[in-house]
Ligand binder design. Structure first.
Ligand code: BDR
Ligand code: CA
Length: 289
């Protein structure tokens, strides 16, 4: 497996994705936290806090603080601080060098798989510094988009999906490069059988277990059901064979609405289904173990 750069906007499900990766033995080379689910200040602190309780041996850098063109805005879907109001006031904020520059420097000198469970702002800005670095991106895996390829792929921000809606210009920069891309859209992650509807027993009683239990409770109380968008995207790196994909050329409009044109030459694919056993045993079994 190639070395991974993780781009997040932590976010309850971003945190669960970090847990899933760690428990599958995957430590990113570094993590870039950017604004999205909440302000950069919050998502950065949230990411450092999760990395800290996971004992992740990798730096966490702050990335972009607003979308490229749109003004700053937050949905507070994951609560006021973006993390189910779960706070890490004592997490050490040590790696404060700029994450966009760090991505650029890493991709200038080495090959990486980029996993993005956030808007695409930081990655797009790194690629705008030097288009040559695209050659060193072996693959990009993106949680994002809603393509109307299943009955639930209809959007969670009107017809758009949040990560793409937040920064459509960044998404356009990435999609237009036609890198090798795997997209995990709402068409898959909103499938009703994949949502949590009730609290699962968390066996780990340590600090990670405490976070998982409280954050899940918060999401269920606030929304009635809880979708694991970002862990599903992370799992597609661990076991791509568990997914069903369709290939095509992806487009995005200025409102963040995504479409895929099938049967044309492209390096892009979107996931539209997952083996239910893999979801239950590997994703849920790992996070709630
Ligand atoms: C995406 O938006 C965020 O709220 C989640 O963390 C996920 O990345 C789902 O639309
Ligand atoms: Ca996210």
């Amino acid at each position: 497996m190639n070395k991974i750069i993780l781009n997040v906007d932590t976010g309850v499900d971003d945190a669960m994705a970090m847990i899933l990766l760690k428990r599958n033995g995957i430590t990113p080379e570094f993590i870039v936290a950017q604004s999205g689910n909440s302000s950069l200040e919050n998502t950065y602190r949230n990411t450092v806090g999760i990395a800290d309780i996971l004992d992740l041996d990798c730096p966490v850098y702050p990335g972009s603080y607003t979308p490229i063109v749109k003004p700053e805005f937050y949905e507070e879907f994951h609560g006021k601080n973006g993390l189910a109001c779960y706070k890490f006031p004592d997490a050490p904020l040590k790696d404060t060098e700029n994450g966009i520059i760090k991505m650029y420097e890493a991709l200038k000198h080495g090959k990486y798989h980029v996993l993005s469970t956030s808007p695409l702002t930081s990655l797009a800005l790194a690629l705008r510094l030097d288009s040559e670095i695209r050659k060193n991106i072996t693959e990009v895996t993106i949680m994002g988009g809603a393509f109307k390829k299943t009955q639930w792929g209809t959007g969670n921000m009107g017809d758009a999906e949040f990560n793409i809606f937040y920064d459509p210009e960044a998404a356009r920069i990435i999609f237009d490069l036609d890198l090798k891309e795997t997209i995990i859209p709402l068409d898959l992650t909103m499938k009703p059988e994949l949502a949590l509807k009730q609290i699962l027993t968390v066996k780990d009683k340590g600090s990670v277990g405490d976070f998982v239990e409280k954050a899940t409770e918060f999401m269920l109380e606030k929304h009635g059901s809880y979708e694991l968008h970002d862990p599903i995207a992370a799992y597609s790196i661990i076991d791509p064979g568990a997914f069903k994909f369709i290939n095509g050329k992806i487009d995005v409009d200025s409102g963040g609405v995504t479409t895929i044109k099938e049967n044309v030459e492209s390096h892009q694919r979107i996931a539209i289904d997952i083996d239910p056993g893999a979801f239950r045993n590997e994703i849920l079994g790992t996070i709630y173990h």
